[in-house]
Design a protein around this ligand. Structure first.
Ligand SMILES: Nc1ncnc2c1ncn2[C@@H]1O[C@H](COP(=O)(O)OP(=O)(O)O)[C@@H](O)[C@H]1O
Ligand SMILES: [Mg+2]
Length: 249
């Protein structure tokens, strides 16, 4: 895949409502092929709504989603998977009574051709081999997160949508999960991740966009944004506000 970050995903003035509530208000950004793009924002900012809209799980009120030059705004969910958008949802959402391998197999339905299959996932996570017949409910949070990632990978996505990988996991487990991303990138996957943990997002991503109550408050190169502007954008404070809560956990 191209490494020049030619645009792969274009989100144009995307607006999404939950009933009367405008959860996402004309949000626009582009993700380049082969990059890691992070959406940050506090709880309730609209991050999951955005990823779910991209995956086709929630219809937008207006705006467009363009994947590699094709308008997919009205394309159904399963077809989006076949076109290369795979979501690792917030809270993993495995089938608890299915085994590890059965959960992975779910992801192969409508899979694209590519480097990932169940065997390759076992190479990424060798511990899964022995536990492949164990029910997902018996896994730890970190192990479930790994299975959820594996389930998305076997679809051979062009873009992996990762919703709060770090949620509820111990820091060492979070580090291990995030440590995988460079390997995924080198196999040609583009990553769009969502995080409440700003420090984690800044470490992982080349570009970030901050949402506050459904609106973009900041976007730019991760290396070029200063802490004060990020905190202001994240909490909706003015830069000169004395209330500096500290973004990092
Ligand atoms: N299914 C839903 N029905 C009604 N309101 C929702 C639903 N999902 C999310 N919301 C509301 O939309 C806003 C954005 O939520 P969400 O996208 O989950 O934010 P985040 O992922 O950034 O925490 C919040 O105010 C939330 O309460
Ligand atoms: Mg969320």
């Amino acid at each position: 895949m191209s490494r020049d970050h030619a645009t792969l995903l274009d989100v144009e003035a995307l607006t999404v409502h939950h009933g009367q509530l405008c959860a996402l208000d004309e949000v626009s950004f582009s993700v380049g092929a082969g990059e890691t793009f992070a959406i940050i924002g506090a709880n309730g900012a609209g991050k999951s709504t955005l990823l779910r809209a991209l995956a086709g799980l929630h219809p937008p009120t207006s705006g467009r989603i363009v994947l590699d030059g094709e308008d997919i705004t009205a394309v159904p969910t399963t077809e989006r998977l076949a076109r290369g958008l795979a979501l690792v949802p917030e809270g993993r959402r495995l089938f608890p009574s299915l085994s590890v391998e059965e959960n992975l197999r779910v992801g192969t339905h409508r899979a694209r051709k590519g480097p990932f299959d169940i065997q390759r996932v076992y190479e990424l996570f060798p511990w899964m081999v022995e536990r492949r017949r164990q029910r997902a409910a018996r896994l730890s949070g970190g192990e479930q997160q790994a299975v959820a990632i594996g389930r998305a990978l076997v679809a051979n996505p062009r873009i992996l949508l990762l919703d709060e990988l770090s949620l509820g996991l111990a820091p060492v487990v979070v580090q291990r999960i995030y440590g995988l991303l460079p390997e995924l990138l080198s196999s040609g996957v583009t990553i769009l991740l969502v995080e409440q943990d700003v420090s984690q997002a800044m470490r992982a991503a080349s570009r970030v966009l901050c949402l506050l109550e459904g609106r973009t408050t900041l976007s730019g190169l991760a290396g070029e944004l200063d802490r004060a502007s990020i905190e202001a954008a994240y909490f909706g404070l003015h830069a000169e506000s004395p209330e500096r809560g500290g973004v990092a956990r």
